[in-house]
Design a binder for this molecule. Structure first.
Ligand code: ATP
Ligand code: MG
Length: 390
């Protein structure tokens, strides 16, 4: 159960610029892990009209940024120029039917043929950069990142996972070496090391790489405080990445600090896992507000593209109620499949594996494959990834 996979490491490909930046010390920024005011499960003031996809125009209300649990210097910067967008979401996207087959892929890249007989899914026109975020802890961010990435890779996509959490759980789940001192995302953010030099291949998959996180990353939020454009470090590193990944997933820590802000600045899409439990929606309005702020001031292409219901327990009415409420509120942003609460899912990381390799036929594995397929299908319907460069 506690056995982890053998450490492996391989540089993926060269080619990135090495613009070393001085690691500087500065004001200590506490790593916030929660938020003060408890939002009611009914999502408090976040309306369905909260802009989720497009950079919005009109500002009708000034947010109280003083409460944002972000790195203080960034919060100050943002609060100086803040505007709360209230444009209605253009959520009129066509609902993607789960029955839509991978054959309907005219707009996407040709799927790569596979030796294992699996039918490849549509690949996006350009790299899709998806940040998996929710400052609430233990909601399934890492589990979803790992298993969605694994499912996409199994179906012909080239996928990179960036572990942006000092806990290094995604690295553990992939069986990667992430002891202190291992070349990791820390060196990318603080020293400007190219991503390709620290990415490791994930055993058992073709086309799946992961940039591990070590405990060193815990100091990065402090060390980056005095660095110029500290919130854009990951974005810069990804812009220089030559490897033609179809998907890049960033697994965020349970906070809205500088690491998460870096992930939001680098991404086009945010995937929010929501646990089907009481309090599941608590803090969500805070996350959405921060996404609005980042979109308004740092990254106009950022939008919430996907919501995934996790740890669904069909035996409880509560799970059903939460799922219904989330679907009523977020509509088509919510993926059709829900991820069931499953022992197999929780056991897999202890063996350094995704649930797809640990128990391929289990309900959890099937649910993650279904969810990943829908994400791939949205590449076709939405043209996600277009224009993002790869
Ligand atoms: P953190 O905020 O600490 O990074 P997280 O949001 O990444 O947490 P996970 O680490 O993915 O959450 O999941 C939290 C715990 O719940 C883990 O022990 C994981 O194995 C377990 N878990 C996740 N999804 C499921 C599931 N569908 N069924 C059962 N257990 C699950
Ligand atoms: Mg995690």
């Amino acid at each position: 159960m506690t056995e982890l996979g053998c450490p492996r490491q391989r540089a993926v490909s060269p080619g990135d610029r090495d613009d070393r930046a001085a690691a500087a010390t500065g004001r200590v920024v506490s790593r916030e892990t929660g938020q003060g005011a408890a939002a009611p499960p009914a999502l408090g003031g976040v309306s369905r009209e909260t802009p989720l996809r497009t950079a919005a125009a009109g500002s009708t209300e000034s947010p109280d940024t003083a409460d944002l649990p972000m790195a203080a210097p960034l919060r100050d910067e943002l609060s100086a120029v803040v505007s709360r967008e209230t444009e209605a979401a253009d959520a009129a996207r066509e609902r993607v039917s789960r029955e839509t087959g991978p054959g309907d892929v005219s707009a996407a890249h040709e799927p790569r043929p596979r030796a294992d007989g699996r039918i490849p899914w549509a690949r996006p026109q350009a790299r899709r950069l998806i940040t998996v975020a929710n400052q609430k802890g233990g909601v399934g961010k890492t589990t979803s990142t790992v298993n969605l990435a694994a499912a996409l890779a199994q179906h012909g996509a080239r996928v990179l996972v960036i572990d942006l959490d000092p806990q290094g759980n995604a690295s553990t789940a992939f069986g990667l070496d992430h002891r202190a001192g291992t070349p990791s995302i820390y060196e990318v953010l603080v020293d400007g090391k190219p991503i390709a030099e620290v990415a490791q291949t994930v055993e058992g998959f073709t086309g799946l790489d992961c940039v591990p996180a070590t405990i060193d990353l815990a100091g990065a939020e402090i060390e980056l405080v005095a660095v110029v454009a500290r919130e854009g470090r990951l974005n810069k590193a990804l812009a220089a990445l030559q490897t033609p990944y179809d998907y890049v997933f960033v697994d965020c820590p349970p906070s809205l600090g500088l690491l998460t802000v870096n992930a939001l600045v680098a991404a086009q899409e945010v995937l929010i896992p929501i646990q089907c439990e009481f309090y599941a929606l608590e803090g969500l309005s805070q996350l959405l507000r921060n996404i609005d702020l980042v979109r308004a001031h740092l990254n106009e292409r950022l939008h919430v593209s996907t919501i995934l219901l996790t740890m669904y327990d069909g035996r409880t009415r509560l799970s059903d109620q939460v799922a219904q409420e989330v679907r009523a509120h977020f509509g088509d942003l919510v993926l059709s499949p829900t991820i069931p609460r499953s022992v197999r899912i929780s056991e897999a990381p202890g063996y350094g594996q995704s649930v797809l390799t640990y128990d391929p036929g289990s309900r959890g594995a099937v649910a993650y494959i279904d969810a990943a397929r829908e994400i791939a299908e949205r590449s076709v319907v939405d043209g996600a990834g277009e224009g993002s460069g790869s």
